[in-house]
Ligand binder design. Structure first.
Ligand code: ATP
Ligand code: MG
Length: 262
């Protein structure tokens, strides 16, 4: 069965193309022949049972798996038509284009300002005024600027968990990425903060391409434009979220979204 139909994407532009992509951890075949197009300015959710390869797939999009020993891949992943697995690709450059936000907020034991400024600094920005601009723009994009503009020197670890996760999103935004990958970004948060992060992601999709892994079916249904369903390393079904949740084509998708396959 075809896993996606290009007409489903309407007039949205292609941002990422995954072609016959396979990933092995040593001998273990974790991703199997993944073919997919991910479009710009939309939220694509990745769902599926634990261990099916969601995080592995997400990490493949910015080559985070490179750091795992024994990983090998075949096939291609194209970002704006360029194969990101070509040996001459600068991985630091790639990760500034394709940012990532994790399950638990990974806040550094530094001030709010330094948490947001660290990535631009690593990229070589030293001008103070420029850094101040970046910090303001990034905090503003996640709705934290008004709350934190007089608290920039305070330790980031003193923020609530929800605000720490927003700060991590601000840090991802600080280097002006084009794609943001979220791996279960709300799993450590309460329902109120979960909704806040979902609203934030919904707003961000105007400017970014967003891919989110979630175990929360309501969240996938609420927040995403497109949904991928994975099982045992394969992409089983992919299409507009409304279709996946109301009329799935594959019986395994239906079983999963109705809670009968875990
Ligand atoms: N570093 C690694 N070395 C070896 N095997 C790994 C590694 N990381 C993941 N795996 C295996 O690859 C498979 C896919 O793992 P992955 O973490 O991508 O699943 P997932 O769908 O994100 O699961 P979860 O919902 O529990 O987060 C699993 O069988 C896992 O045990
Ligand atoms: Mg995972």
């Amino acid at each position: 069965m075809e896993t996606y139909r290009s007409q489903d994407f309407g007039d949205k532009a292609e941002k990422i193309r995954v072609e016959k992509f396979n990933l092995y951890y040593g001998n273990f075949h974790a991703l199997k022949d993944i073919d997919a197009v991910i479009v710009e300015n939309a939220i694509t959710a990745v769902i599926g049972p634990s261990g099916c390869g969601k995080s592995t797939f997400l990490r493949s999009i910015n080559r985070m798996n490179d750091t795992v020993e024994g990983v090998s891949t075949t096939g291609r992943i194209l970002l704006d038509g360029e194969d990101i697995y070509r040996p001459d690709v600068d991985v630091t450059w790639l990760r500034s284009k394709v940012g990532m936000v994790f399950q638990r907020p990974v806040v550094f034991p530094l001030s709010v300002f330094d948490n947001v400024a660290c990535a631009p600094r690593l990229q070589g920005t030293t001008d103070r005024a420029e850094l101040v601009d970046i910090v303001e723009r990034s905090l503003d994009a996640v709705g934290l600027w008004d709350q934190l503009k007089h608290k920039l020197k305070e330790p980031a670890l003193s923020l609530s968990l929800g605000d720490q996760q927003k700060l991590c999103i601000a840090r991802a935004i600080s280097v002006e990425p084009e794609v943001i990958l979220f791996d279960e970004p709300c799993s450590a948060l309460d329902p109120v903060n979960t909704l806040k992060i979902e609203e934030l992601m919904w707003g961000l999709r105007e400017h970014y391409t967003i891919v989110i892994v979630t175990h929360n079916m309501q969240q996938a249904a609420r927040v995403s434009d497109y949904t991928m369903f994975m099982l045992d390393g394969r992409l089983i079904e992919y299409g507009p979220t409304s279709s996946i949740f109301t009329k799935p084509q594959d019986p395994r998708t239906e079983k999963y979204i109705t809670g009968k396959l875990v």
